[in-house]
Design a protein around this ligand. Structure first.
Ligand SMILES: Cc1cc2nc3c(=O)[nH]c(=O)nc-3n(C[C@H](O)[C@H](O)[C@H](O)COP(=O)(O)O)c2cc1C
Length: 143
């Protein structure tokens, strides 16, 4: 399971050690908050992307989620206690999707990595997004 380090909102994957994924001369869908959801990622794959990033998902919220196999949609859903689906993925992107986690806590990051590892191709750590909505406490706590 490759784990990358993305220190700021910059082109992703720079420090990622790749096992199954190659980051040389590829077309990738960048991580984008509120954009990089499953429909967008599948569309990007349809249009030729080699690798697709999830939006940045915050560890505090993800750590509270449980994994649900959604047999209606044929997806795997990570569902928060308030029933919101925080991350949805599926078999078609399994070898191509990089889960980007926003974290500043190694223990919590490990919990979340373990939660999603069987469903994604790689995990990218974003620990320095400077965007205002990422640094607001309300966003980090998901409230
Ligand atoms: C709407 C939007 C949301 C973004 N969200 C993230 C994010 O969640 N994580 C991240 O690392 N970068 C994020 N970025 C930065 C992009 O991934 C990308 O690095 C940046 O847009 C520069 O890409 P470019 O060099 O192809 O223009 C976001 C950018 C935009 C426009």
């Amino acid at each position: 399971m490759p784990v990358g380090l993305n220190r700021k909102c910059s082109p992703p994957g720079g420090a990622m050690a790749s096992v199954g994924l190659s980051f040389r001369n590829i077309t990738a869908l960048a991580p984008m908050v509120r954009v990089g959801t499953l429909p967008m990622r599948l569309l990007a794959l349809d249009y030729g992307a080699d690798v697709v990033y999830s939006e940045e998902l915050i560890d505090i919220k993800m750590a509270k989620c449980h994994r649900v196999v959604n047999e209606v949609l044929d997806t795997v859903d990570f569902v928060a206690p308030d029933d919101r689906v925080m991350f949805r993925t599926c078999e078609r992107e399994k070898d191509r999707v990089v889960f980007q986690m926003g974290t500043a806590d190694p223990d919590r990051a490990l919990v979340v990595a373990r939660l999603v590892e069987q469903d994604v191709a790689a995990i990218d750590v974003n620990m320095g997004c400077p965007k205002e909505y990422s640094t607001k406490v309300s966003f980090l706590l998901g409230t």
